[in-house]
Design a protein around this ligand. Structure first.
Ligand SMILES: Nc1ncnc2c1ncn2[C@@H]1O[C@H](COP(=O)(O)OP(=O)(O)O)[C@@H](O)[C@H]1O
Ligand SMILES: [Mg+2]
Length: 249
């Protein structure tokens, strides 16, 4: 399927009523990495729309550009050319400060390696993004506690990451990602370091978040995980190879 056809197919909402709002939009995104005199273009023009409530898996061979795309979606990196709208804001022209502001306010991140702060306990890790959003101590405390309970860690709030299993650490990361009520939750191989049982528990949690209307974009190597999502995007050599929605009801 060519890129344009792939984009059209994504806008066929099978069995859905009114089309949900676009929460993020990529328009002809290219990314070149420069290393000394060498330059390599790894994204060759990606155009995709993401809708509120989307539950998406991104798949494709190693090195095809999945993480590069996720970093751009997450405002962790800028495209070399093309436009990226997050909500109604054009991020393409933003400087570092503006990018980190929008990142903290609008996005939630879940990484393969959890990326928790080792010196902080569960509650403090979850509170971190709220602190940066200017929440009072009492308000952030209450919100973080509710989130810890929501991910099943209400009885572990004063544990440090090293005292938790991998699956528990990833649940802390999910609670932290939810703290600011982000527009999109981005997860790059979130179950990559977990055994299959803990991985399945994380996916159950994602299913639950999806049913509550959250917007989730997940990179995965697993067909089994991808089949749980409603929309699968396949990248190949820096381009969208396919973009399919499946009926889940
Ligand atoms: N910071 C970087 N500098 C130079 N090359 C990079 C950088 N990040 C990724 N690449 C290269 O870009 C290509 C795509 O990488 P990546 O987006 O990590 O792929 P994936 O996540 O699909 O495995 C790879 O060839 C990788 O080596
Ligand atoms: Mg990757």
């Amino acid at each position: 399927m060519d890129v344009i056809a792939a984009n059209r197919s994504a806008t066929n909402f099978i069995g859905m009523g009114a089309k949900p709002a676009v929460v993020a939009s990529l328009d002809d995104i290219r990314k070149t990495y420069y290393m000394g005199t060498l330059s390599v273009e790894v994204l060759h023009g990606i155009s995709l729309d993401f809708y509120g409530g989307d539950y998406i898996s991104i798949m494709g061979p190693s090195g095809c550009g999945k993480s590069t795309l996720m970093n751009i979606l997450g405002c962790l990196d800028q495209p070399t050319s093309g436009k990226y709208f997050l909500g109604s804001e054009d991020t393409s022209q933003m400087v570092d400060d503006e990018l980190s502001t929008i990142r903290g306010a609008r996005l939630g991140f879940i990484f393969q390696s959890y990326n928790l702060i080792q010196q902080l306990n569960v509650l403090e890790n979850i509170e971190m993004p709220l602190f940066y959003q200017g929440y009072s101590e009492a308000a952030s405390h209450a919100k973080a506690l509710a989130l810890a309970e929501r991910v099943g860690l209400g009885d572990r709030v004063d544990h440090k990451p090293f005292e938790l299993s991998g699956g528990q650490q990833q649940r802390v990361a999910i609670a932290r990602a939810l703290a600011v009520d982000p527009l999109i939750i981005l997860a790059d191989e979130p179950t990559g370091n977990l055994d299959s049982k803990s991985g399945a528990e994380i996916l159950d949690l994602f299913d639950e978040l999806h049913s509550q209307g959250k917007t989730l974009i997940m990179v995965t190597h697993s067909n089994e995980l991808a089949e749980r999502t409603e929309r699968s995007i396949r990248l190949r050599d820096g381009l969208v190879e396919s973009d399919e929605r499946r009926r889940t009801a």
